[in-house]
Design a protein around this ligand. Structure first.
Ligand SMILES: Nc1ncnc2c1ncn2[C@@H]1O[C@H](COP(=O)(O)OP(=O)(O)OP(=O)(O)O)[C@@H](O)[C@H]1O
Length: 571
C-alpha cells in the first residue's frame, strides 16, 4: 500500500503490463481447449488431417505467449528499476535532512543495508513477485471461467479446491514472515558491525582487538545463519506440500469428473482438459511458496525503508525562511537549556556575542562546550530558550544560508575520498581555481600540493589516509578559509603533531580568525589570553565570563582549571 505513491507516475505502463498479463495468462489456458477439441471432435471423426493444424495451433499460442512475456518482462524490469531508483534517491535525500538526533540513535551500517539491500528486495517484489501473483491469479480466473462455461458443476468443484490452497498459504505466511523479519534485523546489525569495524580498523589494530571484533562478528553472523536456516526449514515445507496438494486435486477431479463423464454430464475431452488444468496449477502452487517468501522479505524491507521515510525529526526551514548574510548587532542565547535525552547538558545559558568578537570557550570534559557550538550551527534544537541573530530567532533563517556563513573546524576533521581539490571545494563548489589555490596558500598547504605529481588532482584516499595529520588539518582549515565564513567556530586541535607543524597550523588559524566573529573551544593558554572574552562552562552552567585577566582575578574555579588544563606556559 505504501508503495502506491511510487507506482502512481507509472500507472499507464502498469496498465499496459496488466493488459499483457491478461492475454498471457489467457493464452496459457488455451492448449487444454485444443486438446479437448482433438479428443471430442477430431479423433472420433477419424479425420487425422486436422491434427497437424491443432499441433501448429498449440505451437503458435506458445510462441505468442513467449513473445508477449518477453515484452512484459522488459517493461516490468524497467519500471521496477525506475521505482527503486526514486525510492533510493528519496530515502537518501530524506536522511540527509534529518537532524543529528536521528544519527545519534541510528547505526550507519543499518542505514546502508536499508538503502542498498532492502531497496533491492523491493525491486524484486515489484518487477517480479507482484507480476507473478497477478499472472497466477489471472490463470486461476481463466480456468474457472472455462470450467464454468463447459459445465457449472466442474466450476463449483474447482472452487472447492481453493480453500485448502489458501489455508496452507495463510499458515505458511504466518510462520515465514517473522523468520524473515529476524533475518533482516540481524543482517542490519551485522552490516553495522562490519562498517564500524572497518572505519575503526586503526584503533582495533592498535589495541590488538581483532580477536574480540572477530568473535562479535561471528556471534552476529551465527544469528543470521540460524535465522536463515530456520526460515529455509519453513520454506522447504512448501514443495512437498504443493506436490501432495496437486496429487490430492488430481484424485478428486478424476473421481468426480469421471463420475460426471460416466453420467454423460461431460465429455472425455473435457475431463482430460480439466486434468490438464489441474496439472497447470502445479507451477502457481509451487511458486506460491517462493512468492510468499519474497512477500515476507519485501514486507520487512518495505517497513524498514518506510520507517526511514517517516522519520520526522528533521530540522527543516520554515516557509519563506530568511537568508542569513551577516551579523549586524549580535548573537543572543536567551535562557538556553538542552538535553540529549532526559539529562540536562546545558542549563539556562544567557549570552550575547557581538560581531568581530573572539570568544574562547573552556571547561572540563563533558561540560557541554561542543553541545553549545552545535546549537549555534543549529544541528540540534534547544530544549528550552531561544537563540537569536539580530533579534530574529535562528530558526527563521534558512539552514543552508546559516551553515554557508558559519565555518566549523572540527578537532578531527573528516576528509572525503577524492582529490585535494574536491575536498577543498566541499563548501564552495563554484570557487575559481585561483580562489582554491589562494586558500591553500593561506593554509600553508600550496607548496606541499605543488610537490605532488598530480598537484591539486592528487587523490587523498579514504578519510585522507594518504595525508599526514598536520596536512589533513591544514586541508580542513583551507576548505573553511575558501568558504569565507562570517562566523568561525573552531574546536582547537590538540593532536600530537610536531611543534613546527603545530605552529604552522596556529598561524593558519590566526589567518582564519582575522576580522571574524570567532568562537573557539580552546585548549591553549595563548588562545584564551588573546580572546576578547572567555566563557567558562562547568556541568552545563556558564560559570564565568570575561577577559582572561578578569577571570583569573575573580574566579577560583577558572584559575584552578586553567592552571591544571591549559596547554602552554602559565601567565
Ligand atoms: N549525541 C549525544 N547523545 C547523548 N549524549 C551526548 C551526546 N553528545 C554529548 N553527550 C553528553 O553531553 C554531555 C556534554 O558533552 P559535550 O560533548 O558537549 O561536552 P564537551 O564539553 O565538549 O566535552 P569534551 O571537552 O570532552 O569534548 C556529556 O555528558 C556527553 O556525554
Amino acid at each position: 500500500m505504501k508503495l502506491l505513491p511510487f507506482l502512481k507516475p507509472y500507472r499507464w505502463p502498469l496498465m499496459i503490463i496488466f493488459f499483457l498479463l491478461m492475454i498471457i495468462s489467457f493464452l496459457t489456458t488455451v492448449p487444454p481447449w485444443i486438446m479437448q477439441y482433438a479428443i471430442d471432435e477430431v479423433l472420433p471423426s477419424g479425420n487425422a488431417n486436422w491434427l497437424p493444424w491443432l499441433a501448429f495451433g498449440i505451437l503458435l499460442v506458445s510462441l505468442t505467449e513467449g513473445i508477449l512475456s518477453f515484452i512484459q518482462q522488459v517493461f516490468s524490469e524497467y519500471i521496477g528499476q525506475k521505482i527503486i531508483y526514486s525510492i533510493r534517491n528519496q530515502v537518501f535525500h530524506h536522511i540527509n535532512q534529518l537532524s543529528f538526533s536521528f544519527y545519534d540513535k541510528t547505526r550507519t551500517g543499518d542505514l546502508m543495508s536499508r538503502i542498498v539491500s532492502d531497496a533491492d528486495t523491493l525491486n524484486r517484489f515489484i518487477s517480479f513477485g507482484l507480476l507473478k501473483v497477478f499472472t497466477n491469479a489471472l490463470i486461476l480466473i481463466w480456468i474457472f471461467i472455462t470450467l464454468l462455461y463447459w459445465n457449472y458443476l466442474m466450476g463449483i468443484l474447482f472452487l472447492f479446491l481453493i480453500p485448502p490452497m489458501t489455508h496452507a498459504m495463510f499458515v505458511y505466511a504466518r510462520r515465514v514472515r517473522p523468520a524473515f523479519q529476524k533475518i533482516r534485523k540481524h543482517t542490519g546489525i551485522l552490516s553495522s558491525q562490519a562498517q564500524e569495524n572497518l572505519s575503526g580498523i586503526e584503533v582495533i589494530k592498535s589495541f590488538g582487538n581483532e580477536g574480540y571484533q572477530h568473535s562479535q562478528f561471528t556471534e552476529e553472523n551465527e544469528k543470521v545463519l540460524n535465522h536463515t536456516l530456520a526460515a529455509n526449514k519453513i520454506s522447504a515445507f512448501w514443495m512437498p506440500y504443493a506436490e501432495t496438494l496437486i496429487g490430492f486435486f488430481t484424485g478428486i477431479v478424476l473421481l468426480m469428473g469421471g463420475w460426471l463423464a460416466s453420467m454423460g454430464q461431460i465429455s472425455t475431452g473435457t475431463l482430460v482438459a480439466f486434468l490438464a488444468y489441474i496439472n497447470m496449477l502445479r507451477r502457481p502452487i509451487r511458486q506460491t511458496g517462493f512468492l510468499l517468501n519474497l512477500f515476507s522479505q519485501s514486507d520487512a524491507a518495505a517497513s524498514r525503508i518506510f520507517d526511514l521515510l517517516n522519520q520526522k525529526d528533521s530540522l527543516t526551514d520554515i516557509p519563506n525562511a530568511r537568508n542569513f548574510k551577516t551579523i549586524q548587532q549580535s548573537i543572543v542565547l536567551n535562557h538556553i537549556s538542552f538535553a540529549y535525552k532526559d539529562q540536562l547538558v546545558l542549563s539556562d545559558i544567557n549570552l550575547q556575542i557581538f560581531p568581530g568578537e573572539s570568544i574562547a570557550l573552556i571547561g572540563p570534559s563533558g561540560a557541554g562546550k561542543t553541545t553549545l557550538v552545535h546549537l549555534l550551527m543549529r544541528f540540534y534544537q534547544p530544549t528550552k530558550g531561544t537563540l537569536f541573530i539580530d533579534d530574529i530567532p535562528i530558526s527563521h533563517y534558512s539552514l543552508s544560508s546559516l551553515r554557508t556563513k558559519i565555518g566549523f573546524v572540527m578537532q578531527d576533521p573528516f576528509l572525503f575520498n577524492g582529490s585535494i581539490e574536491d575536498n577543498l571545494r566541499l563548501g564552495s563548489p563554484t570557487a575559481t581555481f585561483q580562489e582554491v589555490q589562494q586558500a591553500a596558500k593561506e593554509a600553508q598547504l600550496d607548496s606541499f600540493i605543488q610537490s605532488l605529481p598530480s598537484g591539486y588532482k592528487s587523490q587523498i584516499g579514504e578519510r585522507g589516509v594518504f595525508l599526514s595529520g598536520g596536512q589533513a588539518q591544514r586541508l580542513a582549515l583551507a576548505r573553511v578559509l575558501l568558504k569565507k565564513p562570517e562566523v568561525l567556530i573552531l574546536d582547537e586541535p590538540t593532536s600530537n603533531i610536531d611543534s613546527i607543524t603545530d605552529s604552522a597550523i596556529m598561524d593558519t588559524i590566526a589567518v582564519l580568525m582575522q576580522d571574524r566573529t570567532t568562537i573557539t573551544i580552546a585548549h591553549r593558554l595563548s588562545t584564551i589570553q588573546n580572546a576578547t572574552r572567555v566563557l567558562y562552562l562547568q556541568k552545563g552552567h556558564l560559570l564565568a565570563s570575561g577577559t582572561h585577566q578578569e577571570l583569573m582575578k575573580n574566579s577560583d574555579d577558572y584559575r584552578k582549571f586553567v592552571s591544571l588544563n591549559m596547554k602552554g606556559t602559565s601567565s
